[in-house]
Write a protein that binds this ligand. Structure first.
Ligand code: NZQ
Ligand code: ZN
Length: 389
């Protein structure tokens, strides 16, 4: 392992089927004014809303709500929520939902006391907050993003079709606590469950496919990927399998809570391609990643052949005898493709209603990263998008 790093993760996790009870331990640590933040209504249908509200009442909190946080939360919704939280003098933002609600709550948290435009400051100039950050707590209902234990926040500006994520350096943006009850994810539609599973897998890939040094983080990544593949197959057959769903939930958290990025340059180019598609189409995040991954990985494979060979052997158990490195690496990606199809993931951009005439526009809002095996130029990005159609 060659690179230097600092590691600190202050989020306290409560994991298990009775973990919501631990909200009673957390609430007394914060002031009176709580903003309860949630999405389009799933928590009202499955009873999570009632359970959370009861605990808030028991703790005598003064609560206002921000509801209707949409998947891929928008800048307009951010402005609306900041006003509500400001007027309530928020002491705690309680996010109850998936990555969108958690991300959104973090964006509100850094904007309440910010005197500048948060879009310009945090998502265009990628600056750190220099104001007070209101604490965020999270009750997770959808598994995938890792937002429950990281400082990432992704916001979409509908006017400019830009979907931009900022991973804040400040630990204070991370949720102070997160409650992870695998049972809460059981009401997710299968489409969302498998999109989340692929999101997890790709988070690990983004960190794994970089660097050539011998790094403990890569061995952890391989273990996480193997566990995820195993549990995803069980959950795909039986979505109610608690053991599989709890393993998937735990893997999601570790896939993107900064641990497996330690000592790595990290790639993130699949996310940049997928996010640009998301900004244009508002498609489900995990599905945008699934649609662009294989053409991207096949394109960069020759530049990181040794790692793709290792991926094939250690994650997909490809036999090596009598095969060239290239054949082994290709077989690994073919096995990954079979697994993706088995889960029922979106395998191309046409399924997300992207047509060839949209590609130039999508390329215009694609951000370019430089930590992976190949730094792409615009022509290469366009070529990859065309292969994804
Ligand atoms: O809004 P409701 O009605 O709650 O419905 C949601 C939403 O429609 C539904 N859902 C959530 N929990 C449910 C449920 N339905 C039934 N039962 C439940 N228990 O699922 C839908 C999707 O939810 P969402 O929060 O949008 O999904 P996800 O967790 O995948 O979050 C996606 C957002 O996170 C960002 C993505 O870009 C996207 O904006 N990301 C955040 C990251 C981070 N913070 O580090 C990293 C990721 O790479 C990602 O970019
Ligand atoms: Zn993701």
């Amino acid at each position: 392992m060659l690179e230097n790093f600092t590691y600190c993760n202050p989020t306290k996790l409560y994991f298990g089927d009775d973990s919501l009870e631990c909200l009673n331990e957390e609430l007394p640590k914060y002031g009176q004014n709580v903003v309860l933040i949630y999405g389009g209504g799933s928590i009202k249908k499955n009873g999570i809303y009632d359970a959370v509200v009861e605990i808030l009442k028991k703790n005598h909190k003064d609560v206002v709500e921000i509801s209707g946080v949409m998947p891929n939360p928008t800048l307009a919704k951010l402005y609306e929520g900041v006003e509500i939280a400001r007027n309530h003098n928020a002491d705690l933002l309680l996010a109850v939902g998936g990555g969108s609600v958690c991300d959104y709550s973090k964006a509100v948290a850094v904007s309440i006391h910010c005197e500048e435009d948060p879009w310009e400051k945090y998502f265009i100039r990628f600056e750190e907050p220099d104001c007070e950050i209101v604490p965020v707590g999270c009750v997770l209902t959808m598994v995938g993003t890792g937002s429950e234990m990281n400082a990432g926040s992704v916001i979409t500006n509908q006017d400019t079709k830009q979907k931009i994520g900022h991973v804040f350096a400040s630990e204070n943006v991370m949720p102070r606590f997160s409650i992870l009850n695998p049972n809460y994810t059981m009401t997710l539609p299968k489409y969302q469950m498998v999109a989340g599973i692929y999101d997890i897998f790709n988070h690990i890939c983004e960190q794994y496919f970089s660097g050539e040094d011998d790094n403990t983080s890569d061995y952890i990544s391989e273990g996480l990927m193997r566990s995820l593949i195993h549990s995803s197959r069980i959950a795909n057959q039986n979505p109610k399998d608690y053991e599989a769903r709890s393993n998937i939930m735990w893997t999601a958290t570790w896939a993107l809570n900064t641990l497996v990025a330690c000592g790595k340059s990290t790639d993130w180019m699949v996310h940049m391609l997928g996010q640009a598609v998301g900004g244009y189409t508002n498609a489900t995040h995990g599905m945008t990643l699934a649609a662009v991954s294989l053409p991207y990985y096949r394109y960069i494979m020759p530049y990181g052949l040794a790692k793709f060979k290792r991926f094939a052997m250690n994650v997909w158990e490809v036999e090596t005898e009598g095969k060239t490195d290239q054949q082994i690496a290709e077989e690994g990606l073919s096995k990954m493709e079979c697994w993706m199809k088995e889960l029922g993931l979106v395998m191309n951009l046409s399924e997300l209603e992207v047509s060839e005439d949209m590609i130039e526009g999508i390329a215009d809002v694609t951000l370019f990263m430089n930590g992976g095996y190949k730094v792409l130029d615009r022509d290469e990005v366009i070529e990859i998008y065309k292969k994804c159609l």
